[in-house]
Design a protein around this ligand. Structure first.
Ligand code: FDP
Length: 326
């Protein structure tokens, strides 16, 4: 079986070596995080630190620990010019790591933190953009999600899985727990054109756009010919819900809160959740939309900007967009 190392070594393009080093670093951090998660209840690593972050959320011990693990692994590559993390209010810019093929790495060390204390699935999401000519003074210079040259995630479930794309297909690897080595188990993933499952937090229904409400109502309405009703699955961790959607088809949605229609509010973060997952799914033949535009066209104006996402099978996402237009 092909290892992640061999797969990355076969990468082409002028930044392939640096890109390979950074994806390997994410895998190395993933091995450590998987181990820490498995022991967390035994070594006092569950629960919160007692601090509250800028978003007013309680900081979990494992969020901080995993952030440090990812930063250390990326730093060791010498290519991590700028780091943008969900767990760091400020970006971390290291000019000495920007020479040649330096990268902006955006990451969420533990996605789905609310699952941590209940032994649920969580993940780590990452996105790489070239730092060439980038002005660290402003996120606008990052451009849209189309500037990403690689993106992926590690999922800590019954098995630890790494899925990544460097712009030519989406590939899945499974970690051998005995050695920490990742093997290619899901080469060139192709998402089904249409699915049978949708994932969304329906508790938020009163805040949705009318098109979103009508679309979910449509998915729930029986009609044999079009394969309805769809089933609902929602894990509370974007990584787990997107992974299921990637393999089985259907939709994962976190739409905007439209209580003030003039100010739609997404929940998930554009740079290290929404844009990377959009690239991963598009590279597998899927689509990702905010409901009204392609996710990868959205430009960041803030590092911790939030955005809506409807991601999954191409026919299902296209239909969702149609409901938003009605
Ligand atoms: P969490 O807040 O637990 O870290 O990253 C945000 C995220 O999890 C996603 O992983 C998940 O899909 C979503 O939020 C869950 O939010 P709700 O609890 O509002 O459904």
């Amino acid at each position: 079986m092909i290892t992640l190392d061999a797969h990355l070594a076969a990468g082409r393009g002028r930044d392939a070596a640096a890109l390979g080093a950074l994806v390997r670093a994410m895998a190395a951090a993933g091995v450590k995080i998987a181990d820490e998660l498995a022991r967390a209840a035994l070594i006092g690593q569950l629960g919160t630190t007692g601090e509250t972050n800028v978003q007013g959320e309680k900081v979990k011990k494992l969020d901080v620990w995993a952030n440090d693990a990812v930063v250390a692994a990326l730093d060791a590559t010498g290519r991590a010019c700028t780091l943008v993390s969900e767990e760091m209010e400020e970006i971390r810019h290291r000019p000495e790591q920007c020479a040649g093929a330096g990268f902006v790495v955006c990451f969420d060390p533990v996605d789905g933190s609310s699952n941590l204390d209940v032994n649920g699935t969580v993940g780590t999401i990452f996105s790489l953009r070239p730092s060439r000519g980038w002005d660290p003074a402003g996120p606008a210079a990052l451009g849209s999600g189309k500037e990403q040259i690689a993106a992926g995630y590690v999922m800590y479930g019954p098995a630890t899985t790494l899925v990544y794309t460097a712009g030519s297909g989406t590939h899945g690897f499974t970690m051998d727990r005995a050695t920490g080595e990742f093997f290619l188990t899901h080469p060139d993933i192709r998402i089904p054109k249409k699915g049978k499952v949708y994932g969304i937090n329906e508790g938020n229904i009163s805040t949705w756009h009318p098109g979103q409400r009508a679309f979910v109502e449509y998915l729930r309405t029986p009609d044999k010919a079009s394969g309805r009703p769809y089933s609902l699955r929602y894990s509370g961790a974007m990584v787990a819900d997107v992974h299921r959607t990637l393999l089985d088809g259907g939709l994962f949605m976190y739409p905007a809160d439209m209580r003030d229609p003039a100010k739609p509010k997404g929940k998930l973060r554009l740079l290290y959740e929404v844009a990377p997952m959009a690239m991963v799914v598009e590279q597998a033949g899927g689509r990702a939309s905010t409901g009204t535009e392609r996710v990868l066209d959205v430009k960041a104006s803030e590092y911790h900007q939030r955005a809506a996402i409807i991601v999954g099978s191409p026919d299902d996402v296209a239909l969702a967009e149609e409901f938003y237009r009605r």
